[in-house]
Each structure stands twice: as C-alpha cells, then as structure tokens.
Design a protein around this ligand. Sequence first.
Ligand SMILES: Cc1ncc(COP(=O)(O)O)c(C=O)c1O
Length: 404
Amino acid sequence: MKEILRRQFLQHVAQTSPSPMLVEVERAEGCVFYTPEGKRYYDLIAGVSVSNVGHGNPRVVKAVQEQAARYMHVMVYGELVESPQVRYAKLLAEQLPEGLECVYFLNSGAEAVEGALKLAKRYTGRTEMISMRRAYHGSTHGAMSMMGQPEGEEWKRAFRPLLPDVRAIEYNKREDLQLITERTACVLVEPVQGEAGVRLPEEGYLQALRKRCDEVGALLIFDEIQTGMGRTGTLFAMQRYGVVPDIVCLAKAFGGGMPLGGFVARHEVMDTLQSNPVLGHITTFGGHPVCCAAGLAALEYLLEERLVEDVDRKGALYEELLSDHATVVEIRRAGLLMAVELGRSDRLYRLMEIFKEVGILSDWFLFCDTAFRISPPLTISDEEIRDSAALIRTALDRLQAELP
Ligand SMILES: Cc1ncc(COP(=O)(O)O)c(C=O)c1O
C-alpha cells in the first residue's frame, strides 16, 4: 500500500478502533480479494456474513447496473410502486414460513432491529423488551440497549442513558424463560448467537422460548441478520430449528453486497405502523431500488444454484480439515458460520498477524476473543476450502511454535 494512502486513510477516514486491518483492496472475486501489489487473500469473513453469493457475482452486478440505469432513488420509502422492492418482497415471503408475509425495507441491520422493536411496542402496547446475554444487534441507541448484560456493559456504559425497561436473560437457560411475563412486549434473539462466538441453541430451547412468548402474549423476534440467506445451511436458521418467530430481522447478505435491511411480520402486526400515529416508522433510502435489485438477484442465485444445500457439507469439510490441530480446542458451527476455538486470546491476537502474512482474512468475535471466524462466501469450492485450510494449518503450526 502506498504510504500516502495509508496516512490519508488514518487521518480522514473515521476509525472504529486503534488497530484497523489496514489491507488495501484492489479487487474482489468469489471468495478471494487482491491488494494492489497482487497479494491474494482468502476472505473467510465475507464482510461478516454479507457476501454469501461471492464477490463480484455477475448476476448481482448485472442487476445493479441495469437498475442504476433505469432509476435510483425517486421518493421516500413506501409511496411509489418500485418493482425491485415488490418482486423481492414477494419472493422472500414465498421462501419464509407462512405468516411472515409483509416486508418493511430499511438500510441496515441496526435499523431493522430498531423497526422491529418499535413494532413490538406498538402492537402489544407494552414496554419491556428482553434480549439475551452476549447478543449483538447493532450500534444505534435502541439496538445497543439490547446488547445483553453484563458483557455488553463495556460498550453501553459510555453511552447511557439508553432505552429503559430492557433486560437480558441467559441464552439456552430454561429457568430464565419465566422472566418473560405479561409485561414483556418482545424477546429478541439470534437463533444462533453470532458475536458470542457461534453459540448454538440447545435441543428444544427455541421451541420453549416460542411457547413462553405465546403464553404471555409477547412477540418473538428473530435476528437473522447474520444467520439468514443460507449461512447456517437452511435459507433461514428458523427453518433449521423449526421455530417461526412473529418478526424476523434481515440485513447483511439480504442486500447481495449492497446496503439493505428489513423486518418481516404478518400483516395484522405490521399494519399497526400505519396509524395512531400515521407514519409510525419512516425512512428516506430504505428499500433503495438498486439494493433491492441486488438482493433479489442474490436470492434468485442462491435458489437456482441450490447453494444452500451444500453449505453444511462445506462447513463439515473445514471441520474435518482443522479439528485435529493441536491448537484447536473445539469448533462450533452452524453450516458455514464457524468459530474455531483456541482457548487463548494471546494466541488469537498473534494468529491474526500470521494470517495476514499467509493470505487469510479472518477475525474474532465481539464477545469471544479466543476463537477465530470462518464464514466465507457460500460459493467457496471444495478446492478452495482445502487450500485455505492448508494455509490456516501452516499459520497454526507457526503459532504453536511461537506461543507454546
Ligand atoms: C446478529 C446481528 N444483528 C445486527 C447487526 C447489525 O447490523 P448492521 O451493522 O448492518 O447495523 C449485526 C452486525 O454485525 C449482527 O451480527
């Protein structure tokens, strides 16, 4: 990378941490990207579960180009009939379980969560909102309020006061379900917890959660922002576990690489945003036609290429190739959403540097800095899995020698 560009990046582009990855991207293709110097990286993050259909997917690129030439932003959301939105909403509703039929389009994951929380309060007339410990739902005030305690406290403390009347329960703990009561407007949960370091629901837990919400009349909201669009081996994780929420939040891969979020509910629930007050939730750019065209093309691609059917097998292949390495404590996995647990953060931090040298892009998780992430584009081939796993093993060998 040119020194001048590096300096300008650090001076003029706002940073989220004192230690950005600082690798320049020249172009990206499939599951790899290249620097201007021609160095090749396997992208095992996929923009944090965004690029599910691969970088530069020709079908998505074509859809973006054609829609951009036809029209881009015309009017704020919800007034004019824009066919990319309508076609995408229809296809999505066909793929979701019955009842999840009406899509409110936004720009991002945090916005989808904000909209879903408002909808739950509006529909139930209640105020208490419950989330899970080690949950991540976004960085806006409302979404951040739902970051589970006490792990989220480090982030939340500096930004208080946040939303009142929120509480966190322990994911997978059946006894905690009794804390959901007639006061509760909604329970927000990632069916597989992502930033907790890929934590899977125990057998029957999501069913028990659904049952408790039904008993007390609370809405169940699934955050499928990371788990949706094929990531866990079914199109949505709710299908993997056989539990249907009242509202589902989508983003990340939902836009096929473009910024798009949304929440989906049945009409009876969603329609409450229309009146008392009118315009209960509004957005200028939400459901941008180019983003909807991209998301639609990506979903069509996923379905037509039957990509999702192969996701679990590909994840299992990675597991087989890595699990016997001496530094690997365990692998937690739902499809191609994987956490490789090293059990030590000193090793993890050093591994990130070695990964950069060998050409692997990975990172750790917000609430788990002892495991690294493998969540590549779902298009990754077996050969690419074998090749990238060999690079990972080389890096792990070095790690073991350096930090025994
Ligand atoms: C499960 C989950 N929900 C919500 C979000 C927030 O999405 P965004 O960054 O688009 O606001 C993320 C982002 O990492 C996420 O993983």
